[in-house]
Design a protein around this ligand. Structure first.
Ligand code: TXA
Ligand code: MG
Length: 332
């Protein structure tokens, strides 16, 4: 079949997607963070198709998306007061909470773990799809394993194309980076992945400290996770560009805010920025879009300037660092 699997996210098409999910198919859909590749979280064969389509290792667990607190009760029997406080404050929205799993959740969904990661997305299309299918939906980001997450339906089409049954298109996703993932143990909140919900907000709501650097607890956090194929180089300041231009003829340079670029760079450098005025939220929403766009241009390198290391900037820098690691380790 050579018809494109992309359809606009109308009520009719969402229903179509929902029945594909019920029948064990896989559907890409927008969330407020990035596009997800969804299947019935409780159907092992359907979930297996996600791993196959993404070429994702089976030890890398999926996030289960729900539309109501009722659905959470199917997935876990262990909900604490701290969990409730977090859900009241941040759901629906880009916060994923790792719970002890119930027997109903198959191990293929959790990568063999006894825990399950759950979030209630705020994107109306995602919520409607979950509701209409009547199933909790397991969904990783809808990219091939090791590539940047898709923020547009076209990114999904390019990477997964006819491996998916349907792609629901609702344009660019609002946040543009993935959800924050946390795990609560006693009175401690571990940050497993920095993301669209800043840790400061979580601390304010709970009055508890959020402990960083628990990465080994989150199996999917491999160093190469967000790498475009083109080498990514990270810089702190524009002063470092001269040095880079001694080695490369043709690069993309992407700064945090809009900068004046020296005239003499212009035949070697394609210049862009993450946010005209240096707004972290806007920068986050453009990050993967820039990676995808400049990765397609057959350049020798994509040079990103780091953003300020606060709020959403923590999540942005973490993704930039990961994207740059493939190049850094190739050189070793
Ligand atoms: O914003 C998002 O979270 C997007 C949208 C689609 O919801 N999803 C997403 O999924 O980013 P994915 O598969 O690309 O990342 C899921 C990550 C895994 O790589 C793993 O690090 C973590 O979530 N994870 C899932 N289940 C876990 C568990 N039981 N314990 C610890 N970490 C878990
Ligand atoms: Mg992912």
């Amino acid at each position: 079949m050579d018809t494109s699997p992309i359809l606009p996210a109308t009520e009719e098409n969402i229903r179509k997607a929902a029945s594909i999910i019920r029948e064990g198919g896989i559907v890409a859909f927008p969330t407020e963070t990035v596009y997800g590749l969804g299947a019935d979280a409780l159907n092992e064969r359907a979930v297996a198709r996600i791993f196959e389509a993404k070429e994702r290792p089976l030890f890398d667990p999926l996030i289960v998306h729900i539309a109501s607190r009722e659905q959470l009760k199917i997935l876990t029997d262990h909900i604490s007061d701290i969990h409730r406080k977090l859900m009241d404050a941040f759901w629906p929205g880009p916060l994923t909470i790792v719970f002890r799993k119930s027997p109903a959740v198959p191990y293929i969904t959790t990568g063999g773990l006894d825990t399950v990661a759950v979030r209630m997305p705020s994107h109306p299309v995602a919520l409607r799809l979950i509701e209409a299918s009547g199933r909790p939906i397991a969904a990783p980001s809808a990219n091939r394993f090791g590539y940047p997450s898709p923020t547009r339906a076209e990114h999904v089409l390019k990477q997964l194309g006819n491996r998916v049954d349907l792609i629901l298109d609702a344009g660019k996703t609002p946040h543009g980076i993935e959800s924050t993932i946390i795990y609560v143990e006693g009175e401690t909140i571990y940050l497993l992945r920095a993301g669209a919900t800043p840790p400061e907000d979580i601390e304010r709501v709970t009055g508890l400290k959020v402990v960083r650097k628990a990465r080994r607890m989150s199996p999917g956090q491999l160093p190469y996770h967000y790498s475009p194929a083109t080498p990514v180089i990270l810089i702190e300041s524009l002063r470092e560009v001269e040095e880079i231009l001694r080695k490369f003829e043709r690069i993309a340079l992407i700064t945090f805010r809009r900068e004046e670029i020296p005239e003499k760079w212009k035949d070697k450098v394609i210049y862009d920025y993450l946010s005209e005025e240096g707004d972290l939220r806007e920068a986050a929403s453009n990050l993967f879009d820039r990676m995808h766009r400049y990765d397609e241009m057959s350049l020798q390198a994509i040079v990103f300037q780091k953003v300020p290391d606060r709020g959403l900037g923590i999540a942005i820098n973490e993704r930039l660092l990961k994207a740059s690691m493939r190049y850094a380790s190739d050189r070793r």
